[in-house]
Design a protein around this ligand. Structure first.
Ligand SMILES: Nc1ncnc2c1ncn2[C@@H]1O[C@H](COP(=O)(O)OP(=O)(O)OP(=O)(O)O)[C@@H](O)[C@H]1O
Ligand SMILES: O=P(O)(O)O[C@H]1[C@H](O)[C@@H](O)[C@H](OP(=O)(O)O)[C@@H](OP(=O)(O)O)[C@H]1O
Length: 386
């Protein structure tokens, strides 16, 4: 196991060049230096073992996880192996949790089965379509209660060129426009306003974005659209222009519900960096979660880098606390075993008590004093706390 540098802990990261530029990531390098951390880009083409030791690994590897070719699979496998053999590293976020969110069907299932039901927060009715057989699909849609219009969304939620290409389907004869494998989800009228919630650990921020206008079942032909042309901060799609009779009503998000949504999903998803897209249903005011994203853009999140830094520090503290506790438990267990062995054998059993692997692991941790002192260097800018 490689040794963590206590005095200059390293945050290893990987994200695409496009995302780096979008986030103006070099600014985060400055925040890291100011807090006593080094920020190093991980080279995915070289073994990770030689690049550490890392205290933290921060990544957006969705484009590899979403790809199904041998090269991407083995790349992700080697990152997973490295992470598994370094339990002392804080990983933002666990690859297993990311994999779940890349599958729309699975992430809707998590929302549907969560206790968000109790506060009347829902995911619109959905079903997965895996076959090109129209009759079979019609039957499935009816059985599950998906109503017209519905949106056909690619199965994979993030990280591919096609994952944001959607179809809004108004009638039975247009079901042929579904491109399986996909998820078909009932359309919820919400007056073209999307609430995007960006989560960074225990902080979150909600921003408003344009969204699709109200639609009703009809004979019209399918509307194909790319979600990135509809709901970005600078989008001005024709599809978002409300009909005159709808313009007076402005949906509102309920802050109390929002807080519960964030805390339930943090727990369910085991993620630190994620985004939740919510629409408020016209007439009922019910809150519908229509999408959850891994490590979103944080466009409109004030001082994202400070929040990210604070979050990293908290996670390091937690990790240290957990590993120390684990070490203490193991030590107690070892002591008991030693006593039992001594009793049984009454002589030197050869049991090595002075340098257990847990103790070695413990010595390799960042000292809590070192992290504690770093905790105090960043100004606390809490936006919203769950
Ligand atoms: N069930 C729904 N009811 C009403 N509108 C919806 C529904 N699902 C999606 N939309 C609309 O379609 C847009 C794109 O949907 P969605 O968020 O699922 O796509 P995405 O590609 O995952 O988006 P993102 O860019 O956030 O990853 C939303 O912003 C919203 O305007
Ligand atoms: O910050 P919001 O508006 O939520 O948008 C995000 C999308 O929701 C994600 O789907 C994008 O991820 P991919 O580009 O990997 O699909 C993600 O791409 P990014 O990694 O380039 O930030 C964002 O565009």
């Amino acid at each position: 196991m490689s040794k963590i540098n206590e005095n200059n802990p390293v945050i290893g990261y990987w994200m695409s060049e496009r995302k780096r530029q979008k986030l103006n990531w070099s600014e985060f390098g400055k925040v890291c230096r100011y807090s006593g951390f080094e920020l190093v880009k991980i080279d995915l083409e070289r073994p990770l073992e030689g690049q550490g030791p890392f205290s933290v690994i921060l990544h957006k590897l969705t484009e590899f996880i979403a790809r199904n070719d041998q090269q991407a699979i083995s790349l992700i496998k080697s990152v997973e192996n490295y992470i598994n053999s370094h339990p002392e590293i804080v990983v933002i976020d666990p690859i297993e949790s990311v994999k779940i969110l890349l599958d729309r069907y699975r992430s809707y299932g998590i929302i549907a089965r969560s206790r968000l039901n109790d506060i009347d927060v829902f995911t619109p009715i959905y079903v997965e379509l895996t076959s090109n057989n129209i009759a079979e699909n019609i039957k499935k849609l009816q059985t599950y209660g998906v109503s017209f219009p519905f949106i056909c969304k690619p199965y994979v939620a993030q990280g591919t060129n096609d994952c944001h290409k959607m179809a809004l389907i108004f009638n039975e004869k247009s079901i042929v426009d579904c491109k399986p494998p996909c998820v078909a989800q009932s359309f919820v009228n919400h007056n073209a306003l999307l609430f995007k919630v960006f989560v960074v650990g225990d902080e979150y921020q909600v921003v408003e974005r344009p969204s699709l206008k109200n639609f009703y079942p009809s004979d019209r032909s399918t509307i194909f659209f790319d979600s990135h042309n509809v709901s970005k901060s600078d989008s001005s799609s024709q599809l978002s222009i409300l009909d005159p009779e709808d313009q007076a009503y402005v949906p509102r998000i309920d802050d109390k519900k929002l807080k519960t949504i964030v805390s339930v999903l943090r727990e369910e998803l085991n993620l630190t960096l994620f985004g939740i897209d919510i629409v408020v249903e016209n007439e009922t005011g019910r809150h519908a979660i229509i999408d959850i994203n891994v490590y979103p853009g944080y466009d409109g999140f004030p001082n994202f880098f400070n929040s990210l830094m604070n979050c990293i520090k908290k996670k390091l503290m937690e990790k240290h606390k957990n590993l120390t506790a684990e070490n203490r438990i193991n030590k107690t267990f070892l002591n008991c075993s030693v006593k039992v062995e001594t009793k049984l054998e009454q002589d030197d059993s050869g049991f090595d008590t002075c340098d257990s692997s847990d103790e070695r692991k413990h010595r390799q941790l960042i000292s809590s004093t070192s992290i504690n002192s770093k905790m105090n260097t960043v100004s606390k800018k809490i936006v919203n706390r769950t």
